[in-house]
Ligand binder design. Structure first.
Ligand code: ITT
Length: 210
């Protein structure tokens, strides 16, 4: 089956496309739909959970496609980094941790600042236990919603390492690894992530009984 990915984050897209292709889902980038691509970054993600935010993005994309006479299954992703020392933050606020129009580098800088502050006040020491969480939502042509979740546990370090990946990857070391996700991705080292886990679960649900 074909599905459109309702996201303006190409890092997410490449990772998800690779995870879904072997499962029989051909993912198309929103870049192929110029109007949608233009509008997506301004969608207000004011839900109170990853699920609600993913559904907001999926429904928005569905509406734009419908206005253009297109019927396609839409998949959306909402994800975030949850750090124990920050009481699970930034969580659903990960994309805007450093402000409404924050770039990934600004968000990483704020994360390092906050964790450094924890150190100064004799709090926990690095590496800081954390996890990445991803919720995927699929909205099919009939409006039926399917959703899945994936988690990868690990720890946050205070010094960026690696050129691969995106977002918080240079600061995150998955459990059982010595290298950050940015280093692992730059080396092409296959590694399961919150997103690949959510993708497998979603594909399993979409094709269950098919
Ligand atoms: P869309 O909403 O358009 O999909 P986004 O980047 O704004 O793109 P989110 O609202 O879901 O996505 O915010 C997720 C934040 O968490 C964002 O800052 C990402 O960079 C970060 N993030 C999510 N998954 C990540 C991963 O696998 N590696 C590194 N950072 C990740």
């Amino acid at each position: 089956m074909k599905a459109l990915f309702a996201s303006s984050n190409q890092g997410k897209f490449f990772e998800l496309r690779a995870a879904l292709a072997p499962k029989g889902i051909e993912l198309e980038s929103a870049r192929a739909f110029p109007r949608l691509d233009r509008l997506l970054p301004d969608v207000v993600e004011d839900g109170t959970s990853y699920y609600e935010n993913a559904l907001i993005k999926a429904r928005f994309a569905k509406r734009v496609l419908t206005e253009e006479g297109l019927a396609l299954t839409v998949i959306a992703d909402d994800s975030g980094l949850e750090v124990e020392a920050l009481n699970g933050g930034p969580g659903i606020h990960s994309a805007r941790f450093a402000g409404p129009h924050a770039r990934a580098a600004d968000n990483r800088a704020r994360l390092v600042r906050e964790l450094t502050e924890q150190l100064r006040t004799n709090g926990p020491k690095p590496p800081f236990p954390a996890c990445f969480r991803c919720v995927l939502v699929s909205l099919d042509e009939t409006g039926a919603v399917t959703s899945s979740e994936g988690i990868v546990r690990g720890a946050v370090v205070l010094t960026e390492r690696g050129q691969g990946g995106f977002g918080y990857d240079p600061l995150f070391i998955p459990e059982g690894e010595q290298r950050t996700l940015a280093e692992l991705k730059a080396e092409g080292a296959p590694h399961e992530t919150h997103r690949t886990r959510a993708a497998k679960a979603l594909a399993g649900m979409l094709f269950a009984g098919a």
